[in-house]
Design a protein around this ligand. Sequence first.
Ligand SMILES: [Zn+2]
Length: 439
Amino acid sequence: MWYHKNMKRCNIVRVLFSKEQAKVLETLGDRCAALWNAANFRCRQAFLKGEPVPSYATLCAEFQNHPAYKALPSDIAQEVLKKLRKAWDSFFACLRLWKKGKLEKRPGLPRYWKDRRTGKRPVRLIPVKSPRSYSLDARMLSLTLPADLRDGNGRLVLHTKGVLRFSGTPKTLELRYDRVKKRWYAHQVVEVPEPERKAKPEKYAALDLGARILATLAIEGSNRQILFSGRKVWKDFLYWTKRIAEEQSRLARAGRKTSRQLRKLYQTRARRLRHAYLALAAEIARMLSQHRVTTLFIEDLTGIREGMDFGPKNILVHNFWAVRQLKNLITAACARAGIKVVPVEPRGTSSRCAVCSSPTGRPVRHKAVCKRCGYVWHADANAALNILLLGSSKGHGAEATPLKPLVLRWNRHRWVSRFESAAGTPKAASGSRMAARAA
Ligand SMILES: [Zn+2]
């Protein structure tokens, strides 16, 4: 089989600017916010009256003569409307989950771009629809401006700093303002052709996703499943959540809602979670390549598997997004390694035995015991193996009795087994680094 699908990649570079250019960017960003708010008002009114929320095409038609639309180049105005419509799409997706009882909190309507404290429109981002209106190379970003902001050459030309990691067909560009760092960044989507696959023999693996155990990997021909423990990752996440709550109550006492410190804490929490996830995704891609796996089956998250263990209730919503983020990162890492990722409907994968397909009992949360063959499973290992059997359509029946699964833990640098972490490499490494810093 040969695939010639295109993959989307994102280049991120920092954008440098002079004082005058900063003003132009701010004006553009403010106009984007104005259009967003005007169109969002229209959508919210429709939703609250029980009318259909306008589609992207309808929004474009209705707003093309609106002053907020006309104050922007059409490639920017259209992209703002497209983003707004996407925000409504995810709102409806969440609403469906909530109605099924799969989200604890009712999702809120897409928000206005407005600072709650000052009531001002914050400058957040400037989306540009297509490379007709911008050009980006290793040193320069140039952008079409609306008529009233044009000077000599009619374009805004900015220096950039950073490396364009991916080359391919340029697609949309987003200029995003980082309020904590007070910097602008350009995020450019490029389409790159997927690397051609050599005609390798098909070999399958499967991945089960969760919260307490973030991921469980089952590889065809291997009777030992690999578990990535979420314990350390969630502990760290909860620590930063606590710091955020402390800062929030400090702000509340001062009658405020947000602060730079608060945004910084949110960023830190997100960055640390992402670090563990990126390392996990890379480790999975590495293992799969090592085992010459060609296809990875991954559970379809459109409906969350029943009985998925999400831990304390208050982090349920976070976990839902986090599991999706992890899935996306793993999919991207596999695509780079030339491994095909195929979603599998995970029906019944946690309720029957992967050896004999009889129903299983759950004496303890993370254990599944087969009622017929008596095999005691780690519940996630059983689920991963069932996904593998479902995906490769081999019915049921694991090839050999599985061994005790291998558990990998996050040590804030790498995913390691208990054996490796006992060897003390990470401690020694960070110790020497600290010594070097002290010296
Ligand atoms: Zn059994």
